[in-house]
Design a protein around this ligand. Structure first.
Ligand SMILES: [Zn+2]
Length: 172
């Protein structure tokens, strides 16, 4: 237990076998054994907050590079899937979305551009969140590496996404 509290940012990679702790950002406390709702599968802290952070996923401790690679991989694969869907079957996909009318004539490149912007804002908001957490005393600081890793992963995915958009534009 003491090990976790003295852990440095650079030392995190060496702790593979330790149990990852959930942290409730709202209570700023560790959640040792989170409750789990049978109907949603989501975990909750003792005060009933969902242990989930938008853009980040479960509010767990996670090493920077693991979080970074996850963010990068997700950023590129989600982007690829969306763009591919719009490029191949725009009408089908548009119909499944609420804003079908305005989306119908969108090309893969248009949508790709919007998704890239979305990742830019998600990454920046995660960075801001990490900055806020880093400034607070207490267990919530443990989420900082996770959030920063994910944020930089998302941001690193953006040049790849723009590369794909540009390739699509030139492919026409
Ligand atoms: Zn809580």
């Amino acid at each position: 237990m003491k090990n976790r509290f003295t852990m440095s940012r650079t030392g995190e990679m060496g702790h593979h076998e330790r149990v990852r702790m959930y942290v409730c950002p709202k209570c700023n406390s560790l959640v040792d054994q989170p409750k789990r709702r049978w109907w949603s599968g989501w975990r909750y802290c003792l005060n009933g907050h969902v242990l989930y952070v938008r853009g980040l996923g479960p509010s767990l401790e996670q090493p920077f590079w693991k979080s970074f690679l996850k963010g990068l991989a997700r950023g590129i694969s989600v982007f690829g899937l969306i763009v591919l869907t719009f490029s191949i079957a725009p009408d089908y996909h548009a119909a499944s979305m609420a804003r079908a009318a305005s989306m119908r004539r969108w090309s893969g490149a248009d949508v790709g551009f919007v998704v890239a912007i979305f990742y830019l804002f998600t990454g920046l908001s995660l960075l801001r969140k990490a900055h806020f957490w880093a400034g607070r005393a207490g267990p919530v600081q443990r989420l900082v590496t996770h959030a920063r890793g994910r944020a930089y992963g998302f941001l690193a995915a953006i040049p790849c996404q723009f590369g794909i958009v540009i390739a699509l534009l030139f492919a026409k």
